[in-house]
Design a protein around this ligand. Structure first.
Ligand SMILES: Cc1cc2nc3c(=O)[nH]c(=O)nc-3n(C[C@H](O)[C@H](O)[C@H](O)COP(=O)(O)OP(=O)(O)OC[C@H]3O[C@@H](n4cnc5c(N)ncnc54)[C@H](O)[C@@H]3O)c2cc1C
Length: 523
């Protein structure tokens, strides 16, 4: 078939000119950047042999590593703050968007993909750590992973730690920028609650700290969707005391072993443990089991996973008193140092050496979709049964639901103390994750349906979700306050209004943006 020239010509010229615009634009950027920094080995264009490996190295969700995912016109790996200042200046001047990446674990890939022309600013070289054990504080680079941070702390002290997340490859900045919970939240709160200061570069290239940025902006970057405001280069964190020995356990029960009944009890027991040293979460998936009465032999597995900041002798009576149904025994428990416990929560087997925390590629990656909800009333056994039945519709090991208990000190923070509003009264958080394979549509429909099924059982008015489990299905509209509130209030409740005010004050032209960033609006 021949395409008539009146159709072909416009198409070709469009392709041609869009290519020209593309290359002129990045050439302009390179020229602009070289005025201040000369020719540079920190910039990678698609022609550079390292471009693809750098881009892929920190794409956690392989759903966004496909050929059809839009790629950056440049990758910049700055070595110091002056180079970041120049990147901002030149990107604005040449009309290129910036995506900022630390650990690359954003659920929706917003740190390395965009729907408009963009460059990727990768903070891999910002990994300094300065620990002051006497004052129990540390200044840490914004490009570190949680595993690197834990390991560095343990090299200086065996009795200090930081209340951050489970997965070692998650980046500190994306993590802190959404609040950040871990296995010590019931005692010390979120990681963001334990963050004291930051170095931050704004849209005008000014380098600010807590004092010079002011309390509104410092409040916003600790949980309010960090990349909406500018670029953090360093964080100052408060270290917390951990005992020389902690105890961990992972107790497994299936549906046939009363797993669902135990889970039902867990819903109110775990957020209300008197001891804040104790955190018991539940990971639920499906497996094959000979004891399953089903013809396909599938069952639901419940893993009760715990960190206790103390020794076994102290833990057993607490569990016996508060959660005897679980039947925890000494044999289920392992005593080790806090740093030795970290690999266990990053899905490595017990006794994996802590050096694994430094390995950024030790954890397998796969394509997935995730969603989250918060629960403030226990779900009935009938309601739970509906969840397990839905899980059993899928092949085993395709879906994983993590249930994270709150309570303890989390109840003592007001909803507005930080942008993260999920505080008093929250029993636990639900995080559904599904592996996406060739059945993309079917899998996405499944998770969407489960999310809707959960609707009557979770927080309402608004229904809430965790911004660190970013979910573009909640909405991306941001041209009006009403439109943006549809998703913004789900993450931040009434804190959303204050976040919009901060954003509008620090970045009124909305230079720092992504598909679900805080909009600049005059409200
Ligand atoms: C496997 C896995 C396990 C997880 N475990 C936990 C957990 O235990 N607890 C928990 O609370 N959360 C957890 N999360 C969620 C995690 O906290 C968020 O996905 C977080 O945003 C990831 O941070 P990152 O730096 O790795 O990601 P990135 O994708 O690099 O960044 C996430 C966001 O932060 C922005 N950003 C990154 N660095 C900067 C910076 N220096 N300045 C400005 N903006 C920046 C990015 O642009 C992007 O918008 C987990 C996620 C995954 C995928």
């Amino acid at each position: 078939m021949t395409i008539p020239s009146h159709i072909l010509l416009p198409i070709l010229s469009l392709l041609f000119f869009s290519k020209i615009t593309w290359s002129v634009s990045s050439d302009d950027f390179l020229r602009c950047f070289s005025h201040s920094h000369g020719t540079s080995n920190i910039i990678f264009t698609p022609k550079n042999s390292s471009y693809s490996s750098i881009l892929l190295a920190r794409i956690d969700n392989l759903r966004f590593a496909s050929p059809s995912t839009p790629k950056p016109v440049l990758i910049v790996t700055p070595l110091d703050e002056s180079q970041i200042q120049t990147v901002i200046y030149c990107a604005k001047k040449t009309n290129i968007q910036i995506r900022i990446r630390d650990g690359g674990h954003d659920f929706e890939g917003q740190s390395y993909r965009a729907t408009e022309r963009f460059l990727l600013l990768d903070l891999i070289n910002f990994r300094s750590v300065k620990i002051n054990t006497k004052n129990k504080v540390a200044w840490i680079g914004a490009g570190l992973t949680l595993g690197e941070l834990y390991y560095k702390i343990s090299q200086k002290s065996s009795t200090l730690g930081f209340p951050a997340g489970l997965w070692s490859t998650v980046g500190v900045s994306g993590f802190l920028g959404g609040g950040g919970y871990g296995m010590m939240k019931r005692k010390f709160g979120l990681a963001a609650d334990n963050t004291l200061d930051a170095r931050f570069i704004d849209v005008n290239g000014r380098i600010l700290n807590r004092k010079s940025m002011g309390e509104d902006l410092f409040w916003a970057i600790r949980g309010g969707g960090i990349s909406s405001y500018g670029i953090v280069t360093l964080w100052k964190i408060k270290l917390v005391p951990v005992p020389k020995l902690v105890t961990i356990f992972g107790v497994v029960r299936t549906l046939e072993q009363n797993g669902s009944e135990l889970f039902q009890e867990w819903q109110t027991i775990s957020p209300n443990f008197e001891s804040r040293d104790l955190d018991v979460r539940v990971v639920v998936d499906t497996i094959q089991s000979n004891s399953s009465p089903r013809t396909d032999k599938k069952t639901v597995r419940f893993i009760f996973q715990s960190l206790f900041l103390g020794r076994i002798n102290k833990l057993l009576p607490i569990m016996q008193k508060s959660f005897p149904q679980l039947g925890l025994t000494r044999r289920d428990c392992t005593e080790l140092s806090w740093i030795q416990s970290a690999p266990f929560f990053s899905n490595f087997s017990i006794n994996t050496p802590p050096e694994i925390l430094l390995n950024r590629s030790a954890i397998p990656r796969f394509p997935y979709k995730g969603k989250s909800s918060f629960v403030d009333h226990p779900i009935s056994s009938k309601g739970l049964k509906g969840v397990w039945n839905r899980m059993l519709q899928l092949p085993t090991q395709v879906v994983l639901i993590q249930y994270t208990p709150f309570g303890g000190i989390m109840n003592e923070f007001s909803e507005s103390s930080l942008p993260f509003p999920h505080r008093p009264g929250v029993l636990y958080m639900i995080n559904i994750g599904i592996t996406i394979d060739n059945n993309v549509k079917q899998r996405l429909r499944w998770i969407d349906e489960l999310f809707r099924y959960y609707g009557p059982f979770v927080t309402k008015n608004p229904r809430t979700s965790y911004v660190n489990y970013l979910d573009l299905d909640l909405g991306t509209g941001n041209s009006s306050y009403e439109e943006a509130s549809a998703w913004g209030k789900m993450y931040f409740k009434d804190n959303f209004d204050r976040l919009i005010k901060v954003k509008t004050a620090v970045d009124p032209d909305n230079f720092f943006r992504h598909e679900q960033s805080i909009p600049a609006l005059f409200i």
